[in-house]
Design a protein around this ligand. Structure first.
Ligand SMILES: [Zn+2]
Ligand SMILES: [Zn+2]
Length: 249
């Protein structure tokens, strides 16, 4: 990994609090937002310092919000770093359970292979320490365009990013929780949230609220038809497994 530490890039502010449980989640992927265009690697330090300044002076945070930042040249910049709570994910729960990696690209920018290599390095580095295996786009937690369609697709495995991105199809399913998700009446259970969030990651429009109601059922039936499963609208062991292992189409 081409690592750039805080002292290498000249961090000036804090690293944030330590109360986190990333082993119960994983890594959230972000972009910088506005179009950044192309720039030489010699200007990357300056861009990271600019983001830090903005997060502290305009947002009032302790320091730069992200755990790591990856430039289009594939370098991995230490943001808050390991063991620190990010301020980037948009909700308390996701800041508690997910680290945050920001790609230094924005709307309309290309997604260079070097950047994806750096993103994979960053995810692997966090997993080697205390992050869980889950990788989600920022938009899975919060209504936002971030990290853009191309990175979202990469995360769901659509552009060959499956390894670093937590798997498109062909991944390993978590153990079936033993609860049939069905409606009516709605099923309220933590596994409903897990399933909904995975379905959203696969590209379905679905609320991730932990309640398996009419919308979840409708999505489930479409998914079951698409995958040749029994289209009963109930998430049992077979549908649960297919949610992780069948190819994203
Ligand atoms: Zn974001
Ligand atoms: Zn760079």
């Amino acid at each position: 990994m081409k690592y750039v530490s805080r002292s290498d890039w000249g961090a000036k502010y804090g690293r944030g609090p330590t109360n986190i449980t990333p082993q119960r989640g994983g890594v959230a992927i972000h972009w910088e937002g506005p179009k950044m265009g192309t720039f030489p690697h010699s200007s990357c330090d300056d861009k990271v310092r600019g983001i830090e300044r903005f997060h502290v002076q305009s947002n009032g945070w302790d320091g730069i919000a992200y755990t790591l930042l990856v430039c289009p040249h594939g370098y991995v910049f230490e943001g808050r770093g390991l063991g620190r709570r990010t301020a980037a994910n948009g909700t308390n729960d996701s800041n508690q359970r997910y680290y945050a990696i920001c790609a230094l690209i924005g709307k309309g920018d290309a997604v260079p292979e070097a950047l994806l290599d750096g993103m994979r390095d960053g995810v692997a580095y966090l997993r080697d320490h205390d992050a869980g295996n889950d990788v989600k786009p920022h938009s899975a937690f919060f209504s936002t365009e971030c990290p853009g369609d191309r990175l979202r697709k990469w995360i769901s495995g659509g552009t060959g990013g499956g390894d670093g991105g937590g798997g498109g199809g062909g991944g390993k399913a978590p153990a079936w929780p033993g609860v049939y998700l069905k409606h009516p009446p709605p099923t309220e259970h933590s596994s409903a949230r897990t399933w909904q969030s995975r379905m959203r990651q696969r590209g379905w429009t679905i609320s991730v609220d932990g309640v398996y109601g009419p919308q979840s059922k409708e999505v489930c039936i479409k998914f079951q038809r698409e995958k040749g499963l029994d289209a009963d609208g109930i998430v049992g062991p077979a549908t649960w497994k297919a949610t992780w292992t069948s190819p994203v189409t």
